[in-house]
Design a protein around this ligand. Structure first.
Ligand SMILES: NC(=O)C1=CN([C@@H]2O[C@H](COP(=O)(O)OP(=O)(O)OC[C@H]3O[C@@H](n4cnc5c(N)ncnc54)[C@H](O)[C@@H]3O)[C@@H](O)[C@H]2O)[C@@H](O)CC1
Ligand SMILES: Nc1ncnc2c1ncn2[C@@H]1O[C@H](COP(=O)(O)OP(=O)(O)O)[C@@H](O)[C@H]1O
Ligand SMILES: [K+]
Length: 505
């Protein structure tokens, strides 16, 4: 199952918990009087109920338990399945005497035999519960642990992972060595970043979250500003149609165009801005490009822009209230000057593609501009590294989340770090991970449409972080609604279908 289907199938609480905040939530809940073993009982019950849901009739279940509390959840699930007349066998990585705390108590509550993982023939079972490692994974899998994970993956069974597929980092989605390829994952209290970040995200299968008695207030208390992107996160902030409005109250987005052989990108961005609801969209183009645009555009307007002075003249009209620069604009000082002019005019801006690459090697110059106005930058990984080349030493070893956060703080801008798991980071430290990405978008020009969509939402007065998050999700949703064969031009044209579903009015 894909991430988008995951996102659509679960009742979304948009708060994500890092491994450390989840641990804090556990500890707080225990300090409020809920014994740890009770949380474990709830966790194990959630896993058992998932099995009963997948296989309502009795079936042969193998529970593979690891040495920590993830294994503890496995023992509880095993007992509850047995109580419900399932045929259950438990295999332990390590020895029972080494189990500690709640996990030792959970193992005691399993009164049946325990086998060692080496003795098990996986062929005998219909379903495997992966309770090897969860939040406590702290080194790459090797030896017996690696061997059992490889055997589980090779067996071709239904695999239900407890908390997260074993081998995946809950914070970064990184896999060192190998990880379980789950068909289902049952997690607790809230989703974790590793469920949505690649490569781990591809191993999660159908994802569900179980309430284990950690209260929403506790989750809020430990939450560190990490969100899963979905309508729940920005729907209320989406611009609404109002009776008595006119086109200017819906904003006027300006998109800058490149030269004679590079005009399509601006049209894609402009179309994205218009379809997402900006009241007016104008393309400002160099004189050579004007006839080409003129022959292609209808609802979108056109202005000639021979120089930075011309741009200054255009944006002197305060009604241009968001500007998109970068798609096929050309790399060089000229583009730097255009960016500086828009910043000076104090308009919210979206900087994409060439507007970012033009500052490769002069990141500080860019930062001095972006800090002055409401800015969204939308690099893909290549553009990101070109731009942050000098910071490579600092960024080495950073997860994608940390890189986006670093960039947002450095530029004092909202950063959309694009890819299969697009991250949106705000300068105030909030981070949103997209959940409905689709490889359908891996086609030329979809990034231009996205830049335009963000610009169109900014023009309607939405704030940068919400605008960027909404645009990223709606962009992917449009692609999913269109399906195979999608090209960039199709994305804006699918927006009415998607907006119809998600707009409140
Ligand atoms: N009270 C709690 O804290 C609760 C915890 N829960 C479960 O507890 C899990 C976290 O438990 P733990 O912190 O004990 O961690 P884990 O059970 O994920 O793993 C910790 C154990 O695995 C070993 N280990 C780590 N990486 C290894 C590797 N690569 N190869 C071999 N051994 C390795 C560690 O040395 C340690 O013994 C969660 O994922 C969740 O499933 C749930 O029961 C809910 C309540
Ligand atoms: N495999 C993928 N899965 C999900 N989204 C993808 C994938 N590949 C690309 N995308 C998305 O497609 C868009 C491509 O943008 P970009 O790389 O700027 O391309 P272009 O410059 O051709 O428009 C981004 O929104 C990115 O997140
Ligand atoms: K696991």
């Amino acid at each position: 199952m894909s991430l988008g289907e995951k996102a659509n199938n679960v009742a979304f609480s948009s708060m994500l918990l890092s491994v450390a905040s989840m641990r804090k939530a556990d500890e707080l809940t225990i300090s409020y009087g809920a014994p740890g073993i009770e949380l474990m009982e709830q966790a194990g019950r959630g896993v058992a109920e998932k099995i009963m849901q997948i296989f309502p009739t009795h079936t042969k279940v193998l529970v593979v338990c690891g040495p920590g509390n993830n294994g503890g959840d496995g023992f509880i699930a095993a007992r509850i399945l047995l109580e419900n007349s399932y045929n259950v066998m438990v295999a332990l990585l390590g020895v029972a005497d080494d189990l500690k705390g709640d996990a030792a108590e959970a193992a005691e509550r399993w009164a049946e035999p325990m086998f060692s993982v080496g003795e098990i023939n996986l062929e005998e079972f219909d379903v495997v519960i992966d309770a090897l490692f969860g939040a406590g994974l702290n080194r790459p899998l090797d030896g017996e642990a690696l061997d059992i994970v490889e055997r589980i993956n090779a067996a071709g069974k239904v695999i239900v992972s407890v908390d997260i597929p074993s081998g995946i980092s809950g914070d970064t989605g990184a896999i060192s060595g190998e990880a379980v390829r789950a068909t289902h994952t049952v997690t607790f209290a809230a989703y974790k970043p590793g469920h949505f970040l690649y490569p781990g995200a591809a191993y999660v299968g159908e994802l569900s979250v179980v309430d284990i008695g950690i209260s929403p207030q506790t989750i809020e208390q430990v939450h560190e500003g990490l969100f899963a992107n979905g309508p729940g996160f920005w729907q209320e902030a989406l611009p609404q149609l109002e009776y008595g409005s006119h086109k200017y109250t819906r904003g006027h987005a300006l998109v800058l165009s490149g030269g004679i052989t590079a005009t399509g990108a601006a049209r894609l961005a402009a179309r994205g801005a218009l379809r997402i609801g900006a009241g007016l969209v104008t393309i400002a183009a160099p004189p050579v490009s004007v006839p080409i645009h003129a022959s292609q555009l209808t609802a979108i307007m056109l202005r000639e822009m021979a120089s930075v002075d011309d741009l200054n003249g255009i944006i002197a009209d305060k009604r241009f209230n968001a500007v998109v620069l970068g798609p096929a604009l050309g790399v060089g000082n000229g583009t730097q000057e255009l960016v500086a002019a828009v910043v000076k005019a104090g308009r919210p801006i979206v900087l994409d593609a060439d507007a970012l690459t033009s500052f490769a090697g002069s990141l500080d110059t860019l930062a001095r501009l972006t800090e002055k106005t409401d800015t969204v930058v939308t690099p893909h990984e290549g553009e990101f590294f070109r731009l942050f080349n000098n910071e490579n030493e600092i960024l080495k070893g950073f997860s994608k989340i940390e890189r986006a956060k670093f960039a947002a703080n450095y530029l004092k801008a909202t950063v959309v770090l694009k890819g299969a798991d697009t991250i949106i980071a705000a300068p105030d430290g909030r981070v949103c991970i997209n959940t409905n990405g689709t490889p359908l978008l891996a086609t030329a020009g979809t990034g231009d449409v996205l830049a335009g969509m963000i610009g169109g939402l900014l023009a309607q007065g939405m704030s940068s972080f919400e605008a960027a998050s909404a645009a990223v999700w709606l962009h992917a949703e449009a692609a999913r609604n269109f399906g195979p064969g999608l090209i960039a031009e199709d994305v804006p044209e699918m927006l009415p279908t998607v907006l119809h579903k998600w707009h409140v009015s």
